[in-house]
Design a protein around this ligand. Structure first.
Ligand SMILES: [Zn+2]
Length: 264
């Protein structure tokens, strides 16, 4: 079984001391390849440094998280455009809107989102999208750009049925995290899983965040890691009434094609 983790924050400080062990455990769990999420110019540079160390395993996105949207200016746009052209970068993002925390003002978020979609359209890179509590604005901005975009994935999709329908009808792919393993806040996702076409469904851990609550035994640290992607795969497979092998094959093929990863 081979899985691809399409969203992992391996440059996070919690992985600094034992990244080699984390990668080893990921391999043993079938997670050989992963896409490191670029959340800022510096995080994207750090992700590219990891790609240089593991060029066949680790790939990265180049982007500015909506939390950091206030930093978006001409210099940041130029830096992201230059980074996005480097080998190892397989998508633009994460970019989008987060009105849950509003760490950056909405105006700044909308400007940074559109600015990054513009770069993705120019470079014909797929986009890795983040959205929380901002669905209407998110879809409105995205709709304008979609005809010019190569492809798009709504990462860490946690929305309701109508939000899923909006994404799918626009041709936006969906990334599912361990949110779905949370019996308190992720249960609504289970019946939605069968609605997603197999070639538009990918899985991710968003590690070190979102440790799957259903994981047994529960690790002593609260840190999530790519090896736990198998728990997400098992939960999504059960919700789709598929075998894990079937779900692994389809999500891996979808990620391989979406990010245009080199054939292995
Ligand atoms: Zn995100």
């Amino acid at each position: 079984m081979e899985l691809i983790d399409i969203g992992v924050n391996l440059t996070h400080e919690s992985f600094h001391h034992d990244l080699a062990d984390v990668l080893l455990r990921a391999s043993r769990a079938g997670v050989h390849r992963m896409i490191i999420t670029g959340t800022s110019v510096q995080a994207t540079r750090d992700a590219l440094a990891l790609h240089a160390l593991h060029p066949d395993r680790l790939f990265a996105t180049a982007g500015l998280h909506p939390h950091h949207a206030s930093e978006f200016d001409a210099d940041t746009a130029a830096a992201l455009r230059e980074l996005a052209c480097q080998r190892g970068i397989v998508a633009l993002g994460e970019c989008g809107l987060d009105y849950f925390r509003n760490f950056s003002p909405r105006e700044a978020q909308l400007r940074a989102f559109a600015g990054q979609l513009e770069i993705a359209a120019e470079l014909q890179l797929p986009v890795f999208l983040h959205q929380r509590d901002a669905h209407a604005d998110f879809i409105a901005v995205l709709r304008d750009f979609l005809p010019r975009l190569k492809d798009a994935v709504a990462h860490c999709f946690t929305g309701q049925e109508n939000e899923l329908e909006d994404c799918l009808s626009l041709g936006v792919a969906v990334g599912i995290t361990g949110w779905i393993c949370d019996e308190r806040r992720g249960r609504h996702l289970l019946p939605l899983m069968a609605r997603i076409p197999a070639n538009r469904l990918m899985i991710e851990t968003d590690a070190p965040y979102l440790l799957p609550r259903s994981l047994r035994p529960h690790p002593p640290s609260r840190r999530n890691e790519p090896a736990f992607l198998a728990e997400v795969a098992a939960t999504v497979a059960a919700a789709r009434n598929e075998s894990i092998a079937q779900l692994a094959a389809s999500t891996t093929a979808a990620a391989q094609q979406f990010f245009r990863l080199p054939q292995v």
